[in-house]
Design a protein around this ligand. Sequence first.
Ligand code: DUC
Ligand code: ZN
Ligand code: ZN
Length: 462
Amino acid sequence: MFDLAIRGGTAVLGDTVARCDIGISDGRIAAIADRIETAAQVIDATGQLVLPGGVDTHCHIEEPFPEGGFQEESWESASRSALAGGTTSVVAHTPQFKGGMLLDQHRAARARAASAMIDYGFHQIIADPSPAAMAEIPTLVADGVGSLKAFMTYDALHLDDAAFLRVLQAAKRHGLMVHVHCENHDAIRLATEALLAAGCTAPKYHATSRPPVVEREATGRAIALAELVGQPIQVFHVSCAEVAEEIARAQARGLPVKGETCPQYVTLTADDMDRPGFEGAKFMCSPAPRMAADHEGIWAMIRRGVLDVVTSDHCGFSFEGVRGKARNGRDASFDAIPNGIPGLAARLPIIFSEGVSKGWIGLPAFAKLVAENPARIAGLYPRKGVIAVGSDADLVLWDASRPVTITNALMQHAIDYTPYEGMQVTGWPAATIRRGELAMRDGEVLARPGSGQWLPRGPAAG
Ligand code: DUC
Ligand code: ZN
Ligand code: ZN
């Protein structure tokens, strides 16, 4: 007798896709069989795909800013959005401020996440690898933090090469993964100064200030420094093939270098930042969206396996309001507009629609990109990311041929816009099951705030 049976669906089980029933007990998958007869509750998935719950290993949720205040997206609103879009686990970021420590931030971040409805872990940002701060890493590891995050740009966060090397060395000592935001800080700074001096201030100049070569140079440098130390890294949010080529070369040489991309790099372009008035700010993220032709380059790199993870880099700033994109006025220069776009709920539908429905990838590859591979690199596999006996019963029932026009209301986040407004997609989550509990059905989020669990993470699996 199972607690729950999912009957009649077509499940993505690793490399195979099969019609089967799934039996769930105590929040875990207990059986996968042709027919499961006895269960306290039955959900009919006839005509639907059954996918592993999405694992989004790159999110910014209720993160404090160095200047004070928090991101608008709370753990509760982010959870709602994640469940609406078929995501059941996330890894978000804990900040460190220059001159500051780690553990105080970690404890505060965990306290904020207590209202989550999805399962969660954290990357620890290192903005200042002082001996005192780095001495706190063993305590973080003991609590289940499995990764460090390094930024090569942003005034408040960027590390020079010496500081980045210290982060790599510490990660190696403690068996942690390092995720890197690769853009050359000085190149962006000088280009920004020149653009502003020439009166080029509109949102579209965000892309001009940080072209692909800025990302490529930093990616190559991060890879070289990681090779020097002998530390695995994952390059975050790769925007185009020119950058992915650096990762491909490293992989061909046998280096443990992984690459992640995001839905914005297969859908948005630099031209979106040139929309009338201040509208372009809605599409401003870093790295900047590139050209339409670059979208195919990203799919080609996904098909080659060079990029094997798609996350959202969910980092929502509303358009309006004191914390929003227009916080410094609608005539603010591009460097005074906060970077980041919301994408938690849109991630699976966009990658399914652009990837599977348009024929770039098959169903197993889709499940690996959005669930299994992120779970592996986060040290969460096989508890998360896969439909297998013994794994957490995190599942999405998916209507593969349902046409949907994306609207902000469907995203269910706290942000007042979506950069994907009006986009037509084929394929949409009908229900999300988190640890055996029906957490979302037909867009209605049913989970209880606080029902999410902290995910202590192990070492990354290959
Ligand atoms: N870029 C980042 O590096 N982080 C959050 C948002 C963004 O655009
Ligand atoms: Zn980043
Ligand atoms: Zn990010």
